[in-house]
Design a protein around this ligand. Structure first.
Ligand code: SF4
Length: 392
C-alpha cells in the first residue's frame, strides 16, 4: 500500500504527482552548460546543484560526524524526505521552536524550513549560538500577507486595552516584537486554543493574524459564533469596521494557499468511494473542510493520528504533500492518501531547500545563509514567544 493505491480499488482520479510535476517544471532551470540545474531559487552554486543525492549525502554526514553536538539540524515535517532523513529533529513549528530553545550545547543550528521558523529559532536560542537557513529564498506567502505597516494601521483602528494581539508563528520577527510589546503572544496550530484562552483571560477580545482560517477554526472549536467574529481585510479600502460589544475575535484576511486547496467535495468523494475512510486535516484548511473531517490538528497531531490507527486503515490527509508522502512510506500496512487528489498541495517554499543547499551551508558554515534579528526586535519578540512556550 502507499500513497497511490487503495488495494484493488485504485482511485479514479490521479493523486497529485502529475500536476505537481507540471508545476515543478516551471521552477526548473537549465544551467549554462545545458544540464539540469535544479529548482529555481536554489541558493547553492551550480557545482552543488549538479551533484546527485548520493554524492551530497556523504558530505553532509561528514560534517555531522566532525561537529558532533556542536551542530543540530532541525527539519520541518514539510521538508523533502532526503532532507528530513539527515536531520537531528523533525517536527512542527512549535516542536522545532522548543528544540531551538533547549539545544543549549549546539553552536550551529541549521534550520531546514522557511524563514520565519529560522527567525524564531534565532530569537529563542542563546546569543552565542548561530542559526542558518540553507535556502534564504524559502519564505511563507501567508506570513507575507501581514505587512508591519498594515498591522499597525489595523491596530490603530481596532486595538486598545481590551484587545490582546495574538500572532501565528507564521509572521516576521518585527510582528512578533509588536505582539510582545502590546501584551500578546505567539501561537502555532498546536496551541492556538490555549493562546486564545490566554488572551480572553486578559482582554475582552483577541486580534489574531495572519491566518483567517486557523482563527475561525479555533474560535469555532471554543464555541464562539460567527456573530462574535469580524474579519479585517487590509486590501478593502472601503471597509467599515463592525467592531461591537459582541466582538470577541478579530481575524486577518490571510490564508495558506496550500491548505485552502482542500474542499468539502474532496471529502464527499472519498467517503463515497471508500466507505470508512478517516479524514484528518490541518486547521489552516477552510472551516467547511474542517467541519466535515474526522479529526483536525497540527502536523504533529496528524503524525500521531496516523500512527494510532490500526493496520488496514484508510486515511486521507489534508496537509502538505511531503508529509503525506512520508507517512505513506512509514505505514506500508495502511493506505495513506492526499485528500484533494486533483490540486497541488506541495508547498514550493518548503520544497526549495535541497540537499545541495544543506551541503553548501555546511561546507561554508559560518560564512553564508546566517539569520540575524536586530537586538531590540529580538527582546520584544522573545517575550511573545516565551509566553507561548509557557502555555504548555
Ligand atoms: S504550507 Fe502554507 S503556511 Fe506553511 S510555509 Fe507553506 S505557504 Fe506557509
Amino acid at each position: 500500500m502507499g500513497l497511490f493505491a487503495f488495494g484493488q480499488n485504485k482511485p479514479d482520479f490521479s493523486i497529485i504527482f502529475p500536476p505537481a510535476a507540471y508545476l515543478l517544471r516551471g521552477f526548473c532551470r537549465i544551467s549554462g552548460n545545458g544540464r539540469f540545474a535544479g529548482i529555481m531559487y536554489n541558493s547553492a552554486p551550480d557545482t552543488y546543484q549538479q551533484r546527485s543525492l548520493d554524492e551530497l549525502r556523504p558530505t553532509i554526514e561528514a560534517h555531522r560526524a566532525r561537529l558532533g553536538r556542536k551542530l543540530v539540524i532541525l527539519t520541518h515535517h514539510y521538508q523533502r524526505k532526503e532532507v528530513v532523513r539527515l536531520g537531528d529533529f523533525v517536527g512542527d513549528s512549535y516542536y522545532l521552536a522548543r528544540c531551538a530553545a533547549e539545544e543549549r550545547q549546539a553552536e550551529y543550528i541549521v534550520f531546514c524550513g522557511v524563514h520565519f521558523m529560522a527567525e524564531a529559532a534565532r530569537i529563542l536560542c542563546r546569543p552565542e549560538q548561530r542559526v542558518f537557513l540553507p535556502n534564504l529564498y524559502a519564505g511563507c506567502p501567508m506570513a507575507d500577507m501581514a505587512p508591519m505597516d498594515a498591522v499597525i494601521d489595523a491596530w490603530e483602528e481596532i486595538g486598545g486595552k481590551d484587545t490582546i494581539p495574538i500572532s501565528y508563528m507564521n509572521s516576521a520577527a518585527a510582528l512578533k516584537a509588536f505582539v510582545g510589546d502590546h501584551g500578546g503572544l505567539i501561537c502555532t496550530s498546536s496551541n492556538a486554543e490555549k493562546a486564545f484562552t490566554w488572551g480572553f483571560q486578559r482582554g475582552k477580545r483577541v486580534f489574531f493574524f495572519p491566518d483567517e482560517n486557523l482563527g475561525y477554526n479555533t474560535a469555532h472549536a471554543m464555541g464562539i459564533s460567527d456573530e462574535e467574529i469580524i474579519v479585517h481585510n487590509p486590501a478593502d479600502l472601503s471597509r467599515k469596521q463592525q467592531l461591537t460589544e459582541r466582538t470577541r475575535v478579530v481575524l486577518w484576511k490571510g490564508h495558506c494557499h496550500v491548505h485552502t486547496n482542500f474542499r468539502p467535495e474532496h471529502i464527499a468523494h472519498l467517503r463515497w468511494r471508500f466507505p470508512g475512510i478517516k479524514i484528518v486535516v490541518h486547521p489552516e484548511c477552510l472551516p467547511e473542510v474542517v467541519q466535515q473531517a474526522d479529526a483536525v490538528g497540527s502536523t504533529s497531531f496528524i503524525v500521531k493520528y496516523v500512527d494510532q490507527l490500526p493496520a488496514g486503515a484508510k486515511i486521507a490527509i489534508g496537509t502538505e504533500l511531503n508529509l503525506v508522502s512520508r507517512l505513506a512510506d512509514d505505514h506500508p500496512d495502511k493506505t495513506v492518501v492526499e485528500l484533494s487528489g486533483q490540486s497541488c498541495s506541495l508547498c514550493i517554499n518548503m520544497f526549495r531547500t535541497t540537499l545541495a543547499d544543506l551541503a553548501y551551508t555546511l561546507d561554508c558554515l559560518g560564512q553564508t545563509n546566517e539569520i540575524h534579528v536586530e537586538p531590540q526586535i529580538k527582546r520584544s519578540a522573545y517575550l511573545a514567544l516565551e509566553r507561548m512556550l509557557e502555555l504548555h
